[in-house]
Design a protein around this ligand. Structure first.
Ligand code: UD1
Length: 431
């Protein structure tokens, strides 16, 4: 990663169509690391997290926790000790929240443990409006008094949070996680209906249980939490990143399946594996926790619809669109989770893809090949889609705004270089 400097813009340059083969190791999940780190706020004892990925979003969460008063020590590669002291500040400032929406995850734990919290309102975001109203309504049901003023969420619960019946009108991943954490230290029982079932929610529940929380039903749409007075420290290992795994699976399918995926979380990717199978790419287990993607003959077009877990993740939509853009025939992708998550379409078109969008649907007509061009990484997962596109395109592709990539993909350039990719970073002066 090149350090951000004013007046310069960083880009990634890829020379496409190199033979890719070898082993790639899947890192710890960003979307588990972030809530698990926030959960360290719930105890006054030390928590050790293992398999923590080195990502910009994880660094932002570290800065946020340090700001609140947690000491963080790197014990080994990917192993961090979180040592809570007396909180310096019960505030998540705008500079940090504006870098990462998931900063909202500190709201529930801070409010539950310290009875007050001030968190900057996460701003707009390129993939949609992404409000946090459901988080706030649920915390209000638990007795919090919340005001939103001057761009900050001010929340207090002088008597402590109380258990409540919370029925989310829409499934929300971080919303479920925020309430799971808050309810663990609330007085009485909380029932979360229409809860998110994502593996990352289950992972957080497992960690909280090791800390002494009383939780049942994680992984289903109804979670019941009986609040306890105190949570203790623990050691917990972050689960593998199913989105990173799915991203490399797409690349493997596109390059004839010579890439071995180490730490492939089969259990979390059942639906995605079925979609790959329909396209003509079979995910075959090799050894322990390893997979290769086998392809035979031509890949086939498919219709995909994004939907909450256990169905097709919105976070793999852009990468699969790149894949389908070179699969002969007509495919369709419907995006049901975020209203504006087709920002990668114009960029893929710059590389020669034939795609048109109507509302929530993208219609993709496979082209013979993509050709290198200059493109923008418009959000985190779109940037991964651009990298895949650059790797299979003829000629050179230059991707701008790649800080998005560093938010969620650990060492992606070196992982790809190990597979034989020609990929480098550079900077350009902005006039
Ligand atoms: C999490 C993931 C993100 C993934 C997304 C959907 C983390 C850190 N991030 O984001 O990678 O793309 O799930 O799988 O885990 N909504 C509201 N009001 C709210 C909350 C959400 O209307 O208060 C809407 C959102 O705008 C969106 C939908 O609900 O349309 C789902 O969003 P949500 O599950 O909350 O996404 P995140 O938790 O932010």
């Amino acid at each position: 990663m090149i350090e951000a400097r004013e007046g310069v813009i960083e880009y990634l340059e890829i020379e496409g169509q190199k033979t890719l083969e070898g082993v790639v190791e899947i890192s710890g999940a960003k979307n588990s690391a972030l809530p698990d780190m926030a959960a360290t706020l719930l105890t006054d004892e030390q928590v050790i997290l293992e398999n923590v990925p080195y990502l910009l979003d994880v660094s932002t969460m570290k800065s946020l926790l340090k700001h609140i008063g947690i000491d963080i020590l790197e014990l080994d590669r990917g192993v961090f000790a979180f040592m809570p002291g007396k909180p310096d500040s019960l505030e998540a400032p705008y500079e940090l929240v504006s870098k990462m929406r998931a900063s909202i995850l500190v709201l529930g734990p801070m409010l539950a443990r310290f009875r007050q919290a001030k968190v900057a309102l996460p701003g707009g975001c390129s993939i949609g409006t992404r409000p946090v109203d459901l988080h706030l309504q649920a915390l209000e049901k638990m007795g919090a008094k919340i005001t939103v003023e001057h761009g900050y969420i001010q929340a207090v619960a002088p008597e402590g949070l109380k258990g409540a019946y919370i029925h989310f009108p829409k499934i929300t991943v971080t919303g479920t996680e925020n309430i799971l954490m808050a309810a663990s230290l609330a007085e009485g029982e909380t029932v979360i209906k229409n809860a998110a079932r994502e593996p990352e929610v289950v992972d957080l529940a497992m960690m909280l249980k090791k800390m002494g929380a009383l939780i049942e039903g994680e992984g289903t749409d109804t979670i019941v939490i009986k609040g306890v007075k105190k949570l203790k420290g623990t050691v917990h290992r972050i689960i593998p990143d199913r989105i990173e795994a799915g991203t490399f699976a797409v690349l493997s399918a596109l390059t004839g399946g010579k890439i071995v995926l180490k730490n492939y979380p089969f259990g979390y990717l059942t639906f995605v594996n079925q979609v790959l199978e329909k396209i003509g790419a079979t995910v075959v287990p090799v050894g322990e926790n390893q997979a290769v993607i086998k392809t035979e003959g031509n890949l086939r077009p498919v219709d995909i619809e994004t939907k909450e877990y256990p169905f097709f993740p919105t976070d793999l939509q852009a990468q699969f669109m790149t894949l389908l853009s070179v699969v002969d025939g007509s495919s369709r992708i419907r995006e049901n989770i975020f209203e504006n998550r087709f920002m990668h379409v114009p960029e893929l078109k710059r590389l020669g893809a034939d795609i048109h969008v109507e509302g929530r649907d993208a219609f993709i007509k496979g082209v013979k090949k993509l050709t290198g061009a200059q493109v923008k990484a418009t959000d985190l997962r779109a940037s991964a889609a651009m990298v895949i596109a650059g790797l299979i395109a003829e000629g050179t592709t230059r991707i701008y705004d790649i800080y998005h990539l560093d938010r969620g993909y650990e060492n992606i350039d070196s992982k790809l270089r190990l597979l034989g990719a020609k990929i480098s970073r550079g900077i350009e002066e902005i006039n």
